[in-house]
Design a protein around this ligand. Structure first.
Ligand code: ZN
Length: 291
C-alpha cells in the first residue's frame, strides 16, 4: 500500500467501526458486531493472504508498495476481485492530495473497466480542466453534497451515463465544487439510511472516503432502479477498505499504548483483537504507524 495509506483513513475507519457498532445488522448476532464487514459479500479468501504480504516493486514506477501501487493503479502479487459498474466513473483528484492518501485507487483497481482517475487542479485553472470539457454535461451526475443535489430515486434512470466524484479533503472538495459551480451537471447525493456507516459519526455525511462514496452511490443505484433484491454485486469495491481496517485493528491491538492522532476519538473501544493476525509471522507495515 502507499507510503502511509494504511493510516491515512484512520479517522474514517474508526468512525466506520464505531458507527457499525450502532448499526442494526439485521440478524443481530454477536459475531456480526465483531466484524463490521460481516454484512458485505467481500472475497475473504482473496483478501486473507494480503494481510501478510511483503512490500513489492511496482512494475511500472519501480517503487515499493504493500498490496498495490496507488499511483499506477496496479495490484501487486495478487489478482483482486473485479466489479462491473453500470456506468462509468471519473474521479477528479486535487494534485495536492497525495495518491497514497486517497482511496480512489481502490475503485480504479477493483473496477478498471469503469473508473478513471484524473489529477487536475480545477480550482486554479477550471477552464483548462477536462471537467469543463464534457460534450454533454447534463448527462453527468456530480456526486457532491449541495442544496440542489437529489437522491438517485428522484433522478430519471436514462438521464445520465457518467458519475463524477471529487476526491480530496473536505476543504479541497468544496473548493473544487465551487470552481465548477457553473457546469450544468446533474447534482446527486447519496441517500441517507440508518444502516449507513457515517450516520452516527460527528463529522457529517460528507466525511466519507472516496471508495465509500462510490460504493454507496452504486448501492443507491441498485435500490433506485432494480426490482431485484440487492445481491452483493458491488461489495468488493470495499475489498481494500476492509484490508485497511483489518491492518489497523491489528496494529492497535498489538500496540495498545499507541495514541490516535489529532482528533479525540475513543479508539480503544473500537479496536478488537484479531487472533488470526496476532499469530502472523509477518507483521503489517508497523513503521507506517509512526506517521
Ligand atoms: Zn507504480
Amino acid at each position: 500500500m502507499g507510503s502511509s495509506a494504511i493510516f491515512n483513513h484512520l479517522h474514517t475507519l474508526l468512525e466506520l467501526v464505531r458507527s457499525m457498532d450502532m448499526r442494526e445488522m439485521g440478524n443481530g448476532s454477536q459475531q456480526d458486531s465483531s466484524d463490521p464487514f460481516g454484512a458485505f459479500d467481500i472475497d475473504e479468501a482473496d483478501l486473507e493472504p494480503l494481510y501478510h504480504q511483503d512490500r513489492l516493486c511496482c512494475p511500472q514506477c519501480r517503487r515499493n508498495h504493500k498490496v498495490f501501487c496507488p499511483r499506477c493503479g496496479i495490484p501487486l502479487g495478487h489478482t483482486p476481485p473485479h466489479v462491473q459498474l453500470p456506468i462509468s466513473v471519473d474521479i477528479y483528484r486535487d494534485p495536492r492530495e497525495t495518491e497514497g492518501k486517497s482511496t480512489s485507487a481502490h475503485a480504479r483497481i477493483i473496477a478498471p473497466d469503469s473508473v478513471t482517475i484524473k489529477v487536475e487542479n480545477m480550482v486554479k485553472a477550471p477552464d483548462t480542466s477536462s471537467i469543463t470539457k464534457y460534450t454533454d454535461p447534463q448527462r453527468c451526475l456530480l456526486l457532491f453534497p449541495s442544496e440542489d443535489a437529489l437522491p438517485l430515486a428522484d433522478i430519471e434512470p436514462g438521464s445520465f451515463d457518467k458519475l463524477i466524484v471529487l476526491d480530496g479533503t473536505w476543504k479541497q472538495g468544496k473548493a473544487m465544487a465551487g470552481a465548477i459551480a457553473g457546469q450544468s451537471f446533474q447534482r446527486v447525493s447519496i441517500r441517507s439510511r440508518r444502516t449507513l456507516f457515517w450516520r452516527y459519526q460527528p463529522f457529517g455525511e460528507t466525511y466519507l472516503s472516496t471508495i465509500e462514496a462510490v460504493y454507496w452511490f452504486f448501492r443507491d443505484f441498485h435500490d433506485a432502479y432494480s426490482r431485484d433484491p440487492y445481491d452483493g454485486r458491488y461489495d468488493n469495491l470495499l475489498f481494500y477498505f476492509k484490508l485497511q481496517w483489518g491492518l489497523i485493528q491489528d496494529i492497535y491491538s498489538r500496540n495498545p499504548q499507541k495514541q490516535f492522532t489529532s482528533r479525540k476519538l475513543d479508539g480503544e473501544s473500537y479496536i478488537r483483537g484479531r487472533a488470526r493476525l496476532q499469530n502472523s509471522a509477518s507483521p503489517p507495515d508497523t513503521e507506517e504507524a509512526q506517521t
